[in-house]
Design a protein around this ligand. Structure first.
Ligand code: 13P
Length: 250
Protein backbone atom coordinates (compact mmCIF):
# COMPACT_ATOMS: atom_id res chain seq x y z
CA UNK A 1 0.00 0.00 0.00
CA UNK A 2 1.31 3.41 -0.95
CA UNK A 3 1.31 5.54 2.18
CA UNK A 4 -0.07 9.06 2.11
CA UNK A 5 1.92 12.27 2.10
CA UNK A 6 0.36 14.41 4.79
CA UNK A 7 0.71 18.07 5.72
CA UNK A 8 -1.04 18.54 9.06
CA UNK A 9 -1.51 21.96 10.62
CA UNK A 10 -1.55 22.17 14.39
CA UNK A 11 -2.95 25.60 15.18
CA UNK A 12 -2.57 24.87 18.93
CA UNK A 13 -4.32 27.55 21.06
CA UNK A 14 -4.25 30.23 18.38
CA UNK A 15 -6.92 32.20 16.45
CA UNK A 16 -10.45 33.20 17.32
CA UNK A 17 -13.23 31.37 15.49
CA UNK A 18 -13.45 34.23 12.98
CA UNK A 19 -9.70 34.27 12.42
CA UNK A 20 -9.63 30.50 12.02
CA UNK A 21 -12.41 30.56 9.42
CA UNK A 22 -10.55 33.26 7.50
CA UNK A 23 -7.31 31.31 7.74
CA UNK A 24 -8.84 28.18 6.19
CA UNK A 25 -10.67 30.24 3.56
CA UNK A 26 -7.41 31.96 2.65
CA UNK A 27 -5.62 28.61 2.50
CA UNK A 28 -8.28 27.25 0.15
CA UNK A 29 -7.68 30.22 -2.17
CA UNK A 30 -4.11 29.01 -2.72
CA UNK A 31 -3.16 26.43 -5.26
CA UNK A 32 -2.72 23.21 -3.26
CA UNK A 33 -1.18 19.91 -4.38
CA UNK A 34 -4.22 17.62 -4.59
CA UNK A 35 -2.03 14.56 -3.90
CA UNK A 36 -1.18 15.80 -0.39
CA UNK A 37 -3.58 14.94 2.42
CA UNK A 38 -4.05 18.21 4.30
CA UNK A 39 -5.32 18.11 7.88
CA UNK A 40 -6.28 21.24 9.81
CA UNK A 41 -6.09 20.53 13.55
CA UNK A 42 -7.91 23.44 15.13
CA UNK A 43 -9.24 24.42 18.56
CA UNK A 44 -12.46 22.60 19.48
CA UNK A 45 -14.55 25.78 19.22
CA UNK A 46 -13.64 26.09 15.53
CA UNK A 47 -14.18 22.57 14.27
CA UNK A 48 -17.81 22.63 13.22
CA UNK A 49 -17.47 25.97 11.43
CA UNK A 50 -14.33 24.86 9.61
CA UNK A 51 -16.11 21.71 8.46
CA UNK A 52 -18.77 23.84 6.77
CA UNK A 53 -16.26 25.68 4.58
CA UNK A 54 -16.19 24.52 1.00
CA UNK A 55 -12.69 23.14 0.64
CA UNK A 56 -10.88 20.78 -1.74
CA UNK A 57 -11.48 17.04 -1.21
CA UNK A 58 -7.96 16.52 0.17
CA UNK A 59 -8.49 18.96 3.08
CA UNK A 60 -9.69 17.30 6.31
CA UNK A 61 -10.40 18.73 9.74
CA UNK A 62 -8.72 17.37 12.89
CA UNK A 63 -9.19 17.83 16.62
CA UNK A 64 -6.23 18.53 18.88
CA UNK A 65 -7.43 16.34 21.73
CA UNK A 66 -10.26 14.07 22.86
CA UNK A 67 -11.30 12.11 25.91
CA UNK A 68 -11.68 8.36 26.10
CA UNK A 69 -15.17 8.26 27.65
CA UNK A 70 -18.31 8.28 25.52
CA UNK A 71 -20.32 10.79 27.56
CA UNK A 72 -21.23 11.84 31.05
CA UNK A 73 -19.95 13.96 33.91
CA UNK A 74 -16.51 14.94 32.54
CA UNK A 75 -16.72 18.71 32.55
CA UNK A 76 -14.73 20.34 29.81
CA UNK A 77 -13.93 17.17 27.89
CA UNK A 78 -14.86 16.23 24.30
CA UNK A 79 -15.69 12.73 23.11
CA UNK A 80 -14.88 11.01 19.84
CA UNK A 81 -18.58 11.12 18.88
CA UNK A 82 -18.61 14.87 19.39
CA UNK A 83 -15.61 15.28 17.10
CA UNK A 84 -17.20 13.10 14.44
CA UNK A 85 -20.46 15.05 14.69
CA UNK A 86 -18.48 18.25 14.08
CA UNK A 87 -17.17 16.86 10.79
CA UNK A 88 -13.75 15.85 12.09
CA UNK A 89 -11.80 12.86 10.76
CA UNK A 90 -8.37 13.14 12.45
CA UNK A 91 -7.29 13.83 16.02
CA UNK A 92 -3.88 14.63 17.51
CA UNK A 93 -3.05 12.24 20.35
CA UNK A 94 -0.11 12.60 22.69
CA UNK A 95 1.35 15.92 21.66
CA UNK A 96 4.33 16.72 23.89
CA UNK A 97 2.48 19.79 25.18
CA UNK A 98 -0.30 17.53 26.48
CA UNK A 99 2.20 15.05 27.85
CA UNK A 100 4.05 17.74 29.80
CA UNK A 101 1.41 20.36 30.78
CA UNK A 102 -1.46 17.91 31.31
CA UNK A 103 0.53 14.89 32.51
CA UNK A 104 -0.83 12.51 29.87
CA UNK A 105 0.85 9.11 30.21
CA UNK A 106 1.74 6.52 27.57
CA UNK A 107 -1.05 4.25 28.86
CA UNK A 108 -3.67 6.98 28.74
CA UNK A 109 -2.56 7.96 25.23
CA UNK A 110 -2.89 4.36 24.09
CA UNK A 111 -6.47 4.42 25.41
CA UNK A 112 -7.13 7.68 23.59
CA UNK A 113 -5.86 6.27 20.31
CA UNK A 114 -8.04 3.19 20.78
CA UNK A 115 -11.10 5.29 21.51
CA UNK A 116 -10.42 7.56 18.52
CA UNK A 117 -10.15 4.55 16.21
CA UNK A 118 -13.37 3.09 17.60
CA UNK A 119 -15.08 6.29 16.41
CA UNK A 120 -13.53 6.07 12.96
CA UNK A 121 -11.10 8.93 13.66
CA UNK A 122 -7.48 8.68 12.52
CA UNK A 123 -5.15 9.44 15.43
CA UNK A 124 -2.02 11.46 14.66
CA UNK A 125 0.00 9.83 17.39
CA UNK A 126 2.88 12.00 18.61
CA UNK A 127 6.18 10.94 20.12
CA UNK A 128 9.50 12.65 20.71
CA UNK A 129 12.37 13.25 23.08
CA UNK A 130 13.55 16.25 25.11
CA UNK A 131 16.95 17.86 24.77
CA UNK A 132 18.57 16.02 27.69
CA UNK A 133 17.64 12.65 26.23
CA UNK A 134 18.92 13.70 22.80
CA UNK A 135 22.20 14.93 24.31
CA UNK A 136 22.65 11.64 26.15
CA UNK A 137 22.18 9.77 22.87
CA UNK A 138 19.10 7.90 24.12
CA UNK A 139 16.60 9.45 21.73
CA UNK A 140 15.81 6.37 19.67
CA UNK A 141 15.25 4.06 22.62
CA UNK A 142 13.14 6.73 24.36
CA UNK A 143 10.81 7.21 21.39
CA UNK A 144 10.45 3.50 20.70
CA UNK A 145 9.63 2.94 24.38
CA UNK A 146 6.90 5.60 24.18
CA UNK A 147 5.33 3.89 21.17
CA UNK A 148 5.66 0.38 22.60
CA UNK A 149 3.99 1.39 25.85
CA UNK A 150 1.01 3.06 24.16
CA UNK A 151 0.60 0.55 21.33
CA UNK A 152 0.47 -2.34 23.80
CA UNK A 153 -3.23 -1.49 24.18
CA UNK A 154 -3.90 -1.65 20.45
CA UNK A 155 -4.51 -4.59 18.14
CA UNK A 156 -2.33 -5.01 15.05
CA UNK A 157 -5.27 -3.83 12.92
CA UNK A 158 -5.59 -0.70 15.04
CA UNK A 159 -1.89 0.15 14.81
CA UNK A 160 -2.11 -0.16 11.02
CA UNK A 161 -4.60 2.72 10.94
CA UNK A 162 -2.44 5.24 12.82
CA UNK A 163 -0.51 8.20 11.57
CA UNK A 164 2.63 8.76 13.66
CA UNK A 165 4.26 12.15 14.22
CA UNK A 166 7.84 12.37 15.47
CA UNK A 167 8.33 15.72 17.16
CA UNK A 168 11.62 16.31 18.99
CA UNK A 169 10.65 18.61 21.86
CA UNK A 170 13.81 20.68 21.45
CA UNK A 171 12.73 21.60 17.91
CA UNK A 172 9.16 22.67 18.72
CA UNK A 173 8.59 26.41 18.44
CA UNK A 174 12.31 27.04 18.84
CA UNK A 175 13.26 27.67 15.23
CA UNK A 176 15.74 24.85 15.64
CA UNK A 177 14.83 22.05 13.25
CA UNK A 178 16.15 18.53 13.37
CA UNK A 179 18.46 18.08 10.43
CA UNK A 180 17.06 15.94 7.61
CA UNK A 181 19.51 13.22 8.71
CA UNK A 182 18.34 13.38 12.33
CA UNK A 183 14.71 13.14 11.19
CA UNK A 184 15.47 10.26 8.85
CA UNK A 185 17.40 8.38 11.55
CA UNK A 186 14.39 8.47 13.89
CA UNK A 187 11.80 7.79 11.21
CA UNK A 188 13.76 4.78 9.99
CA UNK A 189 14.03 3.51 13.56
CA UNK A 190 10.28 3.91 14.06
CA UNK A 191 9.61 2.05 10.81
CA UNK A 192 12.03 -0.71 11.81
CA UNK A 193 10.18 -1.07 15.11
CA UNK A 194 6.84 -1.22 13.28
CA UNK A 195 8.22 -3.83 10.87
CA UNK A 196 9.47 -6.00 13.68
CA UNK A 197 6.32 -5.72 15.77
CA UNK A 198 3.61 -5.61 13.09
CA UNK A 199 5.16 -6.79 9.82
CA UNK A 200 6.41 -4.93 6.79
CA UNK A 201 3.04 -4.42 5.12
CA UNK A 202 1.77 -2.47 8.13
CA UNK A 203 5.06 -0.63 8.61
CA UNK A 204 5.22 0.45 4.96
CA UNK A 205 1.62 1.68 5.02
CA UNK A 206 1.92 4.00 8.05
CA UNK A 207 2.65 7.67 7.34
CA UNK A 208 5.29 9.05 9.72
CA UNK A 209 5.29 12.85 9.97
CA UNK A 210 8.04 15.10 11.26
CA UNK A 211 7.18 18.07 13.49
CA UNK A 212 9.34 20.82 14.93
CA UNK A 213 9.92 24.18 13.21
CA UNK A 214 8.89 22.98 9.75
CA UNK A 215 8.90 26.04 7.48
CA UNK A 216 8.48 26.64 3.74
CA UNK A 217 12.27 26.97 3.53
CA UNK A 218 13.10 23.55 5.02
CA UNK A 219 10.04 21.42 4.21
CA UNK A 220 11.25 20.08 0.87
CA UNK A 221 14.50 18.75 2.23
CA UNK A 222 12.87 17.15 5.28
CA UNK A 223 9.98 15.63 3.27
CA UNK A 224 12.52 14.34 0.77
CA UNK A 225 13.87 11.82 3.29
CA UNK A 226 12.91 8.23 2.56
CA UNK A 227 10.92 7.64 5.75
CA UNK A 228 9.47 11.14 6.21
CA UNK A 229 5.94 11.22 4.85
CA UNK A 230 5.06 14.78 5.74
CA UNK A 231 4.87 17.20 8.61
CA UNK A 232 2.92 18.29 11.65
CA UNK A 233 3.30 22.03 11.48
CA UNK A 234 2.71 24.52 14.28
CA UNK A 235 3.68 28.17 13.84
CA UNK A 236 4.12 28.07 10.07
CA UNK A 237 0.60 26.69 9.58
CA UNK A 238 -0.88 30.01 10.77
CA UNK A 239 0.21 31.70 7.53
CA UNK A 240 -1.92 30.51 4.59
CA UNK A 241 0.68 31.20 1.93
CA UNK A 242 3.47 29.61 3.91
CA UNK A 243 1.40 26.54 4.75
CA UNK A 244 0.37 26.21 1.11
CA UNK A 245 4.07 26.21 0.20
CA UNK A 246 4.62 23.40 2.75
CA UNK A 247 1.67 21.43 1.31
CA UNK A 248 3.32 21.81 -2.11
CA UNK A 249 6.75 20.67 -0.88
CA UNK A 250 6.42 16.97 -1.71
P1 13P B 1 6.26 24.38 15.46
O1 13P B 1 6.09 24.05 14.01
O2 13P B 1 5.70 25.71 15.85
O3 13P B 1 7.68 24.17 15.91
O4 13P B 1 5.36 23.32 16.27
C1 13P B 1 5.51 21.97 16.00
C2 13P B 1 4.43 21.24 16.68
O5 13P B 1 4.42 21.09 17.87
C3 13P B 1 3.34 20.72 15.85
O6 13P B 1 2.51 19.87 16.59
Amino acid sequence: MKRKNIAAANWKMNTTVQEGIKLLEDLCQQSLNSETQVVICAPATHLHGLGLIESPANVAIGGQNMYTKEKGAYTGEISGSMLVSAGVSYVVVGHSERRSYFAESNDFLGEKAKSALAHGLTPIFCCGEGLEIRKAGNHVSHVIAQLKASFALLSDEEVAQLVIAYEPIWAIGTGETASPEQAQEMHAAIRAFLTEAYGSETAEGISILYGGSVKPANAKEIFGQADVDGGLVGGASLDPEGFAAIINSF
